[in-house]
Write a protein that binds this ligand. Structure first.
Ligand SMILES: [Mn+2]
Length: 230
């Protein structure tokens, strides 16, 4: 949906709440806690920071489960050498937020850090291209080209984002298959990720990385609404 000045402040508040929650998650996440414990912590912190409830079922996928695009929390314990994807959102006065961060609770010293940095760079480049009038396929293509430089585009199985407002998934889809254009006042997510399954050439164990932020499309650029550290 296209935001007016009034509902812009409401969706910004929803984004602020979930950014604070993600900051709490960063402090809370440690080896031994289960994915479900972290998911219920997230629900409590959403309410603590003034949100009504989660805007969709919280994703916490750790270790090999992080290879899943929609890895909902299970009773699995998070381990020191796990990579953990946390994807969550809050509802504030009818408006939704959506954010994803990928954590390494232990010290990451293998090639997974390079993948993390690549996803972050692809996201940054895509965000830098967001402004009113830009075709959404250009945004999606920027991410694919970024991964393609290292031959990793086949490990990117989903689109780059979606509009968000009173529903979590709204028009437009940030996809190479769409002919839509961004317009001023839209709020969209930018959420590239890479997912390595059991038999990838690059990693012995499956894992995935995704980073997602919400941006408000402006005439000459965009404003990043979610501010949690990455
Ligand atoms: Mn999303």
């Amino acid at each position: 949906m296209i935001m007016s000045r009034d509902n812009t402040s409401l969706i910004k508040k929803a984004a602020d709440i979930i950014s604070l929650v993600m900051h709490d998650v960063e402090k809370k996440i440690r080896p031994g806690i289960t994915e479900k414990q972290l998911a219920s912590f997230i629900r409590r912190r959403i309410v603590h920071h003034g949100g009504k409830k989660e805007s969709f079922k919280t994703i916490v996928s750790s270790g090999a489960r992080s290879r899943l695009v929609h890895g909902y929390a299970t009773n699995k314990k998070i381990r020191k050498d796990d990579c953990v994807i946390v994807d969550c959102g809050a509802v504030y006065r009818g408006y939704c937020s959506d954010i994803t961060r990928t954590f390494f609770p232990g010290h990451v010293k293998d090639g997974r850090k390079k993948i993390y940095d690549l996803v972050k760079k692809a996201q940054q480049r895509a965000i830098m291209a967001v402004k009113s009038g830009v075709p959404v396929k250009r945004i999606d293509r920027i991410v694919r080209e970024c991964f393609g430089v290292l031959g990793l585009e086949k490990y990117y199985p989903h689109t780059t984002g979606h509009g968000i407002g009173v529903k979590v998934h709204e028009f437009p889809r940030i996809s190479v298959r769409s002919d839509d254009k961004l317009s001023e006042g839209m709020v969209v997510t930018i959420e590239p990720g890479l997912y390595f399954k059991d038999k990838s050439r690059y990693f012995k164990r499956p894992f995935g990385v995704r980073i997602e932020d919400m941006v408000l499309v402006k005439k000459n650029g965009c404003e990043i609404l979610t501010t949690a550290r990455k």
